[in-house]
Design a protein. Sequence first.
Length: 263
Amino acid sequence: MKSTFTSNIWHEHLKPGSDIRGFGVGSLSVYAKQQEGDWIVGVYRGEAGDDKVFHPLSGEAPEGTAWRRLGSVEDMPELHIRPAFPNRPVVVRPEFPYTILPGEKVHFFVGVPISICLFSPSEVKLLEEPVIKLSNTWFGAPTDGELCYAMRTLARREGERLDFGPTRVVCPVRVRNQTKETMMFERLCLRVRYLDMYEQAGKGLWANESSVVVRGGESWSRVAYARNAPAILKSPELLVKGKEDPQGTYLMRAISHGKGFFQ
């Protein structure tokens, strides 16, 4: 494997006999080696490091690395590296509440931390590790809600010159207030299972747009998901299909005023 994979790790593979023994980004390091004909992969979390670039690892794994067997090298002559969304919905908390006037719509871009996966050549997922470990929160009523991940948003109102780095996927979100009253929200729930992930050279990872239309109160909203990459991308490559294919418009809880549990 080349030692200069930092600009496009998603098209690289881990192979037996390579000088590259793994990769690191931020506080996460992933090591891969062959032992008695098997792939042995180790995960190590150290101090916070540079999360703006992936770097190859060529030395020995540090003490405290957690190792696991993934399968035989004969059956899997290489391991493919792929990004993934978090495995639960993500609740975004802006630094301050958003206020939207009647009839107004707000378009912003959220940087959601990714997980890193290793796949077999036949696209069987063998490992999934979040780059950043997110805290838990509850979204919805105490008796009628769902367990989610919580994050304070890295949100921007303009998308042309975004640079969230390689460990976050840009999720465009459009919120429209179709009520006759001023609306304020403190939390927005992104159902990432409906999102595809695209790559654009020079622009990083992007998702299809989520559209939230509020027609009355904060309990339920009309939520729809674009079927294509954002128009801001000129030549996007589809890297990961969403876990669920969005069909039409959904009636679901998407915004709230409260801070939620566990935060």
